[in-house]
Every structure is written in C-alpha cells, then in structure tokens.
Design a protein around this ligand. Structure first.
Ligand code: PMP
Length: 354
C-alpha cells in the first residue's frame, strides 16, 4: 500500500480470484470454467472483428442485446451488457447501495458481494445459511434493505431455490431491488426471467462465462425492467461506456447463434456431475445436491485443505476456502468425464497413501 491510497480503502480486503497458474498444465477444476472451448465459428467471429479495433465498440451492444432480448422474450431496453457479470454486480451495488442504503446477502455465497459493499461504503446485512447450507429464505422476507442479492444456484453450495420463493422475496421487499445472480442457472436451476413481468423490483444477472464457454471473453448481462436497466446504464455511462470490446461482442452474438450446443454441453456437465458425485460419495465424501457446474464436497476426514494440497501436487486444482463454515469442503468444478476420472484416481491414491 502506498501513502497515497485514500484512507477509506485502507482496510478493504480485495476479492481473491481462483488461481490461474502459468507454471505448468493443471487439470483446472478451481474456477468453474467450461471444459469445452468456444466453437470455431465463435473464434472466427472474434478474430474477424479484431480487424475493426481501430474503432470503438458499440457502447449499446445493439446487436447482441437484440439477440438476447429475443432469446429471453424481453425488450432490448430491458438488457444491459457487462464486462463479465461481475461488472453488472458492481453497477447494481453502486446504483442501489450507499452508506444509508444497506445490501443483504447470505454469509456463504459469492465472495465478491462483501467486497463490492465494502468498496462502495455500503453496510452489509449478512444472513447466515441454515446448517444444511440452504438459504434462510424466511430471513430475506421483508428484510428492508436497499438491495437483496442471492445467487441462485448459490455458490459454493450449488443449491437452488424454487421460483416461488424468489417471487415471495420480491413481493415481501417491494421497496428493495432483488438481484438474482444466475451465473450457474443453465446447469440445472430455474431462471427468474419468467418472473420479471410481475415483479418490477427483480434484476436477473447472467453470464457467458460458465455455460457458454466465454469466461476469458468477459461477458455478462442484466435483465430487468427498463427503469432498472436505465439506472444501471447511468452508472455504466459514468464509468466506462465502451465496457465490452469488439471481439467479445462478436463472440457473444456468434455463441448465441449456436445456443443449442451450449445447452447440450450443459446437459453433458449435469451427467458428469451426477457420475462424479456418486463416485465421491462411494469414497466417503459428503456432498450437497449441487445443480451447478461444481460440486461442494467434504472428504471423510474433513481435511479439505490437505486434500486440496495433495491434489495440487498431482496437477489437479480445486478450490479451497478457509472460511469457518466451509473449510472442511472443497469446491470442485465439473469438467469432462476424463478430467473427473483423473480427479477420482488421484483421490483414491491420496486416500490410499493416508
Ligand atoms: N456470480 C457468481 C455466483 C460467480 O461464481 C461468478 C464467477 N466467479 C460470477 C458471478 C462472475 O462471473 P463473470 O464475471 O465471469 O460473469
């Protein structure tokens, strides 16, 4: 830290992303990316667009927003694009939170929520998950904060709430924006987009990072009422109007052209998830019933940190969190069947050696 940093950031704990190592080839099961690369036509579209990079990108992302609007049955004015869904989250915290406008979210969820709150000086109302790691939905009814943020499915648990509950949370907090972070919805959850018509305070956030194989392209979007999207645009145009680069806009549109491939890949991941979960249970692990592209798994002895380190030595990266309630669990991204077989073989070796 330099002497120049403003005092308000002195105690800010920045988000720590999962490792993206460059020292060797790992089987990467630590950041919930897709194991499948973008389709050749997506790469071709992005490559072709690179030739136009002397010109700024379309700040409105008109073509892609139109495509997304058609895909989700909403108006283009109900969509905003972000540099990853992280940026949409950032816009929302800035738009609705403030020193006098707290934001509520579960204690165990996406680690970026408290970071945004702290960065923007927003008081946090942290609602503990129940002992079984499900969201304490009652506690979110009438919570009376400026915004409620719930990842559905939640991370790192992979557990999803039914849409009726989301609807209730919206209805019981009419004065709050209810942000539903659907980063993992395509792997087995139910999208709240269908609730938008009757719930003017709902903001649904999705991403191309997981189910559409574009994590490195950085493309996310929010869907909500035209008024909420106008609020978010006010923040976007006050920070970074050209937030999505030309290659990513082109890649996003080309990806949507082949959405059926993404859907088939998600189904494949769901099958591999079931296969891996069963094998891990047979090895003594305890797991939540994840509907996301990752498993939340506790080794029989609860020594998740030891298992993380032993897997790393064998070239397999998984995610370990040291937080009190989660430190006995690993978050394991579901990759290809071959990657999961390599994981299972490594775990058998590790268990055998102990
Ligand atoms: N929400 C959740 C719950 C996530 O796990 C992630 C991925 N780290 C994100 C949002 C952000 O993803 P991206 O910015 O790549 O869209």
């Amino acid at each position: 830290m330099s002497n120049f940093l403003h005092g308000r950031h002195a105690s800010l704990k920045a988000y720590v992303p999962g490792e993206q190592p460059t020292d060797q080839q790992y089987i990467k099961l630590n950041t919930n990316e897709s194991p499948y690369p973008p389709l050749p036509e997506v790469v071709a579209a992005a490559t072709a667009e690179a030739a136009n990079c002397h010109l700024y990108s379309d700040p409105k992302g008109t073509v892609l927003r139109r495509r997304l609007a058609a895909r989700y049955g909403v108006k283009p004015e109900q969509i905003i694009l972000g540099n990853g869904s992280d940026e949409i989250l950032s816009f929302a915290f800035q738009a609705y939170g403030g020193p006098d406008a707290p934001v509520a979210f579960p204690d165990i969820s996406y680690g970026f929520y408290p970071v945004y709150a702290d960065l923007y000086g927003i008081p946090k109302v942290i609602v503990p998950l129940k002992d079984d790691f499900t969201v304490d939905t009652e506690a979110f009814m009438g919570v009376d904060t400026a915004m409620v943020v719930i990842a559905n499915p939640n991370a790192p648990t992979g557990l999803a709430l039914p849409l009726e509950v989301i609807a209730h949370i919206c209805e019981s907090n009419p004065g709050s924006v209810v942000l539903i972070d659907e980063a993992y919805v395509d792997f087995g959850g139910e999208s709240a987009v269908s609730l938008l018509a009757g719930h003017p305070n709902l903001l649904v956030v999705q991403t191309f990072s997981k189910s559409r194989s574009l994590a490195g392209g950085r493309l996310g979007y929010g869907i909500a009422s035209t008024e909420i999207i106008a609020d978010l645009n006010r923040i976007k145009y006050s920070t970074n109007p050209y937030n999505i680069n030309r290659m990513t806009l082109a890649a996003g549109a080309a990806t949507l052209d082949r959405d059926e491939v993404c859907t088939a890949r998600c189904a494949e991941i769901a099958q591999t998830r079931a296969y891996t979960a069963e094998a891990l249970r047979a090895l003594g692990f305890t797991l939540t019933d994840s509907v996301a592209n990752f498993l939340f798994a506790r080794p029989a002895d609860g020594n998740a940190e030891g298992m993380y380190a032993a897997l790393r030595e064998r070239g397999i990266l998984v995610r370990y969190f040291s937080g009190e309630r989660v430190r006995e669990y690993l978050r394991i991204t579901v990759g290809t069947r071959a990657q999961m077989d390599a994981l299972l073989t490594a775990i058998r070796e590790i268990e055998h050696a102990n």
